[in-house]
Design a protein. Structure first.
Length: 362
């Protein structure tokens, strides 16, 4: 309960931003007693997570001290393991990006070179130089890792990743935690991106995030929470069969959305790829009745207007009223991976860490 209440107050402090919030307002919004709020905020201040943000003018009583979150007090690393590239970001407690690094990657090279690459990038972010200033030497709470599925986010274990079966059953979370000396959480790339987008101010409570990069998938947010399914299998949009006698897919099926969409891109048929993507988006809208679809991924961001127009045309032609927009977030997956670490601290997401998750303000 103590950790829950601390997370609740930290979430309110983060939402208040630089202008801060008073203890009385915290008590009212959290449904806690002023005494409980005073004790919890005293611990958070002692830990350097919360600081005074001045006083508000009196309305008849004693001027209220305003508190604010200290964003730079701690950080989280997010790592996106794509099939051909590694992206790593460092976020502060407010979710702001402090540093980003990118490096070539061969996901099929095996676990050893991939884990070595992750370790090198995490070490570099520990000593990041924002704006080429002094080394940050960030206090890193943990590392979130996002990669193509299927995988089990509860154990941090990949399954038979399409095209890379050698990852099947590899204890990725535990091995990385051992080598990094930090807590690690693992999730699908699309789930991580959807989480990061759901935490943005003004985000809709329910939406589908459709990601087209080296593969095609979706992250689903319903009622403000990421829908993962019992085996982290929700959102495998790319492996919906839409053509029974279609070309074979590396997943073992035929006529999958992913293989059709990537084939259209390979032959330079951008409009055709956009129609395939729109067909997948329409299937999601029909199934879940979401009223917003966000498009992302490197292929979408390379031609955002074409993909948005193609998806809108498909949905409009079917009489589906869902709004379509492109998520302007080039590092959506990596930043969402870092939010896998941060969100539980603010009561926004169940912890995906094995064993004891990192806690602040105990």
């Amino acid at each position: 309960m103590r950790s829950h209440n601390a997370a609740l107050l930290l979430g309110l402090l983060r939402a208040a931003g630089e202008q801060g919030i008073s203890r009385l307002e915290l008590a009212e919004r959290a449904g806690l007693t002023p005494q409980a709020v005073s004790k919890i905020t005293a611990r958070l201040r002692a830990g350097g997570l919360v600081a005074d943000a001045g006083r508000r003018a009196s309305t008849g009583g004693k001027p209220a001290t305003v508190l604010r979150l200290v964003p730079g007090a701690a950080h989280a690393v997010g790592v996106h393991l794509d099939r051909d590239e590694l992206t790593a970001v460092l976020l502060d407690l407010a979710g702001a990006r402090v540093a980003v690094r990118r490096a070539p990657l061969d996901l099929g090279a095996g676990a050893e070179p991939v884990l070595a690459a992750v370790r090198a990038e995490v070490a570099a972010l520990h000593a990041a130089r924002p704006g080429r200033g002094e080394p940050l030497r960030a206090n890193v709470l943990g590392v979130g890792v996002a990669m193509p599925g299927p995988l089990d986010h509860l154990t941090g274990t990949p399954g038979r990743v399409t095209g890379f079966p050698e990852w099947d059953g590899f204890p990725l979370r535990n091995e990385l935690a051992r080598r990094l000396g930090l807590p690690v959480v693992v999730d699908k790339d699309t789930n991580a991106a959807a989480l990061g987008l759901a935490l943005r101010p003004g985000a809709p409570g329910s939406f589908a995030y459709v990601h087209l990069g080296t593969g095609l998938g979706a992250g689903l947010v319903l009622g403000g929470a990421v829908l993962r399914g019992g085996r982290t299998g929700a959102g495998e949009l790319g492996h919906q069969t839409v053509q029974l006698d279609g070309p074979p897919c590396d997943c073992g099926g035929r006529g999958c959305l992913e293989v059709l969409c990537l084939a259209a891109l390979a032959r330079g048929d951008l409009d055709g790829a956009a129609r395939v993507l729109g067909t997948g988006a329409a299937n999601v809208v029909r199934l879940l009745d979401v009223d917003r679809v966000l498009l992302g991924g490197r292929e979408v961001l390379a031609a955002p207007e074409a993909f948005a127009r193609g998806a809108r045309d498909v949905l409009g032609g079917l009489g589906l009223p869902a709004d379509v927009a492109v998520a302007d977030a080039p590092h959506a997956v990596a930043e969402g991976a870092a939010q896998l670490v941060l969100a539980p601290l603010f009561g926004k997401e169940p912890s995906g860490f094995g064993g004891e998750p990192p806690m602040i303000g105990k």
